[in-house]
Write a protein that binds this ligand. Sequence first.
Ligand code: SF4
Length: 254
Amino acid sequence: MSEGDRVVTHLFECKEIGYRGWRWAVTVARASRSKLVTLDETVLLPGPDSLQAPEWVPWSDRLRPGDMGPGDLLPTEAADLRLEPGFSGEDTPPPNSAVTDAVTPQALAELVEAEDAEETDRDDATPLTERGTIASVAEELGMRRARVLSRYGLHIAADRWDESFGAKTPMAQAAPAPCVSCGFLLPLAGSLRQAFGVCANEFSPADGRVVSLAYGCGGHSEAAIMPTPPRPAPHVLDELGADAFPLGPPAADG
Ligand code: SF4
């Protein structure tokens, strides 16, 4: 195989066990007007039928649900699309807000006390000046974490749960009623509560799992209203009692 002016590569079959189909490529060259041929390089190259290792795949792409074991750590990338920054702690109230700088903490405390005497009697660890701030609301909503689920993260979680415990599963199709009307359903917090809850029926296949409100199973709390057993009708023939049956003719009176 010519590589250029006075440069050629010869291919030799590799005889090493385990390198079936590989070839030694030996490149030789000759300088202009020289009669000597020099060896440039030798390299082992795969041929069209050679046995090769599969293409390397990063561990993060190879990971599958259920692969993690006790003690394993799974770092999340900084640019993970499933997450977005939570509330950073920068509390900048909007203009004209009750918690702007124009309102002193003392004045705010007096205002709150006057409006809600009952509230001020409460033994609350949160200072009055912090109530109603963006930070406290974010804390209450669970947003005061370094990162929270992004819209994309919510969507793929909902798709996953719907696939396992959704309306299209055979169990749901045969269920007497959906989870939304079941007494064993625990509601979720946040936006996903519109479509999902947690099943708390120990006899259900979905016990402890997030289920779609359209899912359902035979363990639905209202599925089997046991009918009261009907009262048996009185016997027409009394087969339990004994009838006296004389063996001879009745004795003549007198
Ligand atoms: S018991 Fe069945 S119907 Fe009720 S919440 Fe659980 S899965 Fe849904």
